[in-house]
Design a protein around this ligand. Structure first.
Ligand SMILES: Cc1cc2nc3c(=O)[nH]c(=O)nc-3n(C[C@H](O)[C@H](O)[C@H](O)COP(=O)(O)O)c2cc1C
Length: 172
């Protein structure tokens, strides 16, 4: 079987996950590539497509690639700044999966939390200064701090398990 692991990663979180997935696939059968605006449709039958969450869905470069696919077996993976709820990850995966044209098969999806830049915390702190005690801002700050350690070793190990499960599910 031939696998391509394609990913979009602005700050490295999704790339870390992509590398863990790539390393878990059978040696010599997989390829790793970063997605850009002009990424061509890969020749491999099975695609692991990785993305960072951009306003609730995969970013434009990945959307563009998804729209061009046909007859592929696709496993989706991603990272998101907000975590803590499987339903949140599921909703992002569903929105991303909906962009895949009919005629492709979705093998499955997996996501974990990914740290955000310090500028985001500074923005939350400015909000907190304006509206002291606002529980929503407090939850943003707590989430930011929780995200700081992700993806962690447990996430990367779960991503590798996901990769092996998807490879076992793929039809040759
Ligand atoms: C412009 C922008 C939009 C984002 N939108 C979301 C979002 O809607 N939901 C979310 O959970 N995280 C969002 N994030 C956070 C990133 O998806 C998250 O930090 C991710 O792990 C970054 O992955 P990367 O390091 O591979 O770029 C956003 C980040 C940026 C820069």
């Amino acid at each position: 079987m031939r696998y391509a692991v394609l990913y979009s990663s602005g700050t490295g979180n999704t790339e870390q996950v992509a590398r863990a997935i790539y390393a878990a696939l059978p040696a010599g059968e997989a390829r790793l590539e970063s997605v850009g605006p002009d990424t061509a449709v890969p020749g491999e039958e099975v695609l692991f497509l990785g993305f960072w969450t951009d306003k609730g869905v995969c970013p434009p470069d990945v959307q563009k690639l998804l729209a061009k696919l046909s007859g592929k077996q696709v496993a989706l993976f991603g990272t998101a700044g907000f975590g803590g709820s499987p339903a949140y990850f599921d909703a992002i995966l569903q929105r991303t999966q909906a962009l895949l044209p009919a005629g492709n098969t979705v093998l499955g999806g997996w996501m974990c939390q990914g740290k955000m830049p310090a500028a985001v915390r500074a923005r939350y702190e400015a909000m907190a200064a304006k509206t002291p005690g606002d529980p929503k801002v407090a939850s943003f700050l707590a989430n930011f701090d929780q995200a700081l350690s992700h993806p962690d070793q447990a996430d990367l190990s779960a991503a590798a398990d996901f990769a092996r499960n998807m490879a076992a599910k793929a039809q040759g």
